[in-house]
Design a protein around this ligand. Structure first.
Ligand code: AR6
Length: 176
């Protein structure tokens, strides 16, 4: 069981907007109207139609997720999730970040997604410590995949070698 879960979680170094998967996850903010980091890259690569669709969604609360089309991206779908801003770890940050992964995967499943790629939500502008975020991400993904057969592959896309090493280690330790 654990062995097959591990095979369904892949860690890669690169740019999430380049991946040929059914859905990529965007590290958005509550307005869903774009920003820097992953969000800026996703909007640039998808083109202006993405912002048009996002405007109609009326925002998204922290910890939740919304889906749009991918437009010019190689991915068919973009799942926008809003990570928590890190304060001190005592303000519900862990549970909110876990919610991002859980809710994004649930939306993916509902839309027939078989392959999905996540950047490391909240670990850039929002300041969430990466080791802690990676452990939460892998734990949530593993729990989801154990119960779900329809999603074949979850890709963790890491920006840079140290992010890659941290996520590899989390998968080694937590996914079997
Ligand atoms: N592909 C993969 N990972 C990336 C990419 C990319 N193209 N670009 C950055 N990263 P961030 P957050 C990494 O700041 O912390 C935006 O302004 C980055 O190194 O994109 O959730 C939104 O509008 C980091 O590890 O997202 C929000 O206001 C991780 O992805 C706010 O930033 C997330 O960094 C969200 O902040």
């Amino acid at each position: 069981m654990n062995h097959s879960i591990k095979k369904r979680i892949e860690v890669v170094e690169g740019d999430v907007t380049k991946l040929r998967v059914d859905a990529i996850v965007n590290a958005a903010n509550t307005t869903l109207l774009g920003g820097g980091g992953v969000d800026g890259a996703v909007h640039r690569a998808a083109g202006p139609e993405l912002l048009e669709e996002c405007r109609k969604l009326g925002g998204c609360p922290t910890g939740q997720a919304r889906i749009t089309k991918g437009y010019k991206l190689p991915a068919k779908w973009v799942i926008h999730t809003v990570g928590p801003v890190w304060r001190d770890g005592e303000h519900g940050e862990d549970e909110l970040l876990a919610g991002c992964y859980r809710n994004s995967l649930a939306l993916a499943e509902q839309n027939g997604v078989k392959t999905i790629a996540f950047p490391s939500i909240s670990t850039g502008a929002y300041g969430f410590p990466m080791e802690r975020a990676a452990s939460l991400a892998v734990t949530e993904i593993k729990t989801f995949l154990e119960r779900n057969r329809s999603i074949e592959k979850v890709v963790l896309v890491c920006f840079g070698k140290s992010a890659f090493d941290i996520h590899k280690q989390a998968v080694r330790e937590l996914a079997g």
